[in-house]
Design a binder for this molecule. Structure first.
Ligand code: HEM
Length: 543
């Protein structure tokens, strides 16, 4: 009997040890990837910085469809337009989930459009977003987008050194205005929506980034660690939830109050409250998160592209010269660019595409998750795998792009997608930086409109160069590889010189800023007292 028990225990132990040993190992049915070690899989080699660069390095070694094991969890990395098209675009219904992630769940409670699981709630929220962000309704935001862009020019004219903050203000103000009918007139707005939204974005990034916290999803016992030094995320989750309440729900409440007073301004969240909340049966919590996730999706991403543009122009006088030659020929110096000009500005279009290619704001995508086992290229991707779109790897692949690490807009004059002549580009599409499948970014039109207006205006108005050290007179170098380490790839603050191209243009910026006041006023009803005073003071100097 004792011997039998011993044998049984021994066998169970062997099975258990074998199972433990298998955790982290790669099944032969999975696509290849870097060698794994028992239990950890590839955790020990998972990068903590610049994940996109490591993903791209591995893509060169293991191909455009490879796997990583993060403990028992499978990660699939797609690093070609073909793999993204075939795996995410064409298999949308089965590859549109997000991972069941414990930490984001603690914060959003399943209400986030970005991180929420693929299910009825997500579908309703997404349907609401499609109902408000139609191509026509986005076009109707042109007057406020244009006016905000004029404020950017005005800010740069008077305070070029703070270009970084001016761009952030612009992008926060556009999104706040179109969503909540309330603009952000200055970066430091008191108790500010702009400042707290940036706090919110960055604390969320640092909390949710793969590798940023202990792997609670992989080793669930970690959930039970007490709040404190061992489990710092617990307090961070609470703080972040508090920030959501401040930012998302305070702004939503202002929309509701305006509706109740009969003073609607027609912004998107008012439309949700007035119509879609009832039509689609949404709770107040869900409506709050719809606005909040749109806000979050749209601010840092759009700002990062304009910051990168200013950086690249400061380093590339020849590109600037070509762009301004085109603008001078088509628009001249007697008027500011208008909506339709872009059709006649192929080089500016190429610059916009190159900015997006050179520095895709979400360089490894927001990971999708598979809803069932998926067979692809003879491999089986198990249900529940995380699927990353390695956009950086796709757009910096030397087999596809000539000198991919060089900022060179001319590539888009040679071929439609900027690929090397002769390369098969049939799997490429516009807007690849906006993701794929059913989760594709719903803010594409808003972002594209903003990019078009601002890239054209910035090139029409100013000349950019490296700043000079006032003591030595030497140029202050700019290092384009210095990027913020988060979900969003954005340049770190840098110094540069921004000069108006001539006095006539400076005068036109001033005149248009005066004209913009009428548009701004519609979005200034809910400003804080300090912001109202700031706005009044700026305007008192305008004659
Ligand atoms: C240049 C600017 C932008 C870029 C590069 C960008 C990129 C992306 C990417 C890559 C995703 C993930 C898509 C996927 O999972 O496949 C995404 C999702 C999302 N974006 Fe954007 N985005 C931008 C601007 C905006 C704007 C302006 C808004 C709002 C007005 C927005 C709202 C969202 C939302 C709500 C999601 C989540 C969609 C879902 O999971 O169903 N984004 N974006």
């Amino acid at each position: 009997m004792n011997t039998e028990l011993l044998l049984l225990t021994g066998s169970l132990l062997i099975v258990l040890l074998y199972r433990l040993y298998r955790i982290g190992s790669r099944d032969s049915t999975l696509p290849p990837g870097p060698p794994t070690v028992p239990l950890l899989g590839n955790i020990h080699m998972f990068p903590t910085r610049s994940i996109h660069l490591k993903f791209s390095e591995w893509a060169r070694q293991y191909g455009d469809f490879y796997s990583l094991k993060i403990g028992p969890q499978t990660f699939i990395i797609l690093s070609s337009a073909k793999a993204v098209k075939e795996f995410l675009d064409m298999r949308g219904p089965s590859t549109s989930d997000r991972l069941a992630a414990y930490i984001p769940e603690q914060v959003h409670e399943g209400n986030s459009l970005v991180f929420g699981r693929y299910g009825e709630r997500w579908k309703l929220m997404r349907k609401t977003v499609h109902a408000i962000l139609t191509p026509t309704s986005v076009e109707e935001t042109y007057p406020i987008q244009f006016a905000e862009s004029v404020q950017l020019l005005h800010d740069l004219l008077h305070d070029p050194k703070s270009h970084f903050q001016h761009v952030r203000r612009l992008s926060a103000s556009i999104v706040f205005s179109v969503l909540y009918g309330k603009r952000v007139p200055r970066y430091e707005s008191y108790d500010s929506d702009a400042t707290s939204i940036f706090d919110l974005l960055h604390s969320e990034e640092h909390l949710f980034l793969p590798g940023a916290q202990l792997p609670v999803d992989i080793f669930p016992f970690l959930k039970y660690l007490p709040e404190g030094p061992l489990a710092p995320w617990k307090k961070k989750c609470k703080d972040l939830k508090g920030l959501h309440q401040n930012v998302y729900f305070a702004s939503l409440q202002q929309c509701k109050d305006r509706i109740d007073r009969g003073e609607s301004v027609g912004c998107f969240m008012e439309q949700v409250l007035e119509r879609y909340q009832k039509e689609f049966g949404l709770t107040w919590q869900e409506v709050g998160y719809i606005g909040g996730t749109l806000l979050q999706g749209g601010i840092d991403t759009s700002a990062s592209l304009l910051q990168l543009l200013i950086m690249m122009l400061s380093c590339n006088s020849e590109i600037q010269r070509k762009a301004q030659e085109e603008i001078d020929r088509v628009i001249g110096h007697d008027r500011i660019p208008q909506r339709d000009d872009i059709k006649n500005l192929p080089y500016i279009q190429a610059i916009i595409k190159e900015v997006c290619r050179f520095s895709p704001p979400i360089p490894f995508g927001v990971p999708h998750a598979t809803i069932r086992d998926e067979e692809y290229r003879g491999y089986i991707v198990p249900k529940g795998s995380a699927v990353f779109q390695n956009q950086w790897g796709i757009l910096h692949d030397p087999e596809t792009f000539e000198n991919p690490d060089q900022f060179w807009p001319d590539r888009y004059l040679l071929t439609k997608y900027g690929t090397k002549p002769g390369v098969d580009d049939s799997s490429f599409r516009d807007n690849i930086i906006f993701g794929a499948g059913r989760r594709i970014c719903p803010g594409i039109q808003t972002a594209n409109l903003s990019l078009t207006i601002n890239v054209t205006n910035l090139l029409w108005a100013f000349t950019y160069s490296k700043a000079k050290d006032p003591l030595t007179g030497f140029e202050i170098p700019i290092d384009p590889s210095k990027m913020a380490n988060g979900f969003v790839l954005s340049p770190l603050p840098f110094e540069c010189s921004i000069q108006p191209r001539n006095q006539k243009i400076a005068g036109l910026i001033h005149d248009h800023f005066v004209d913009a006041i009428d548009v701004f006023k519609q979005y200034e009803g809910a400003l804080q007292q300090e912001d109202k005073e700031h706005v009044a003071q700026v305007r008192s100097h305008l004659v």
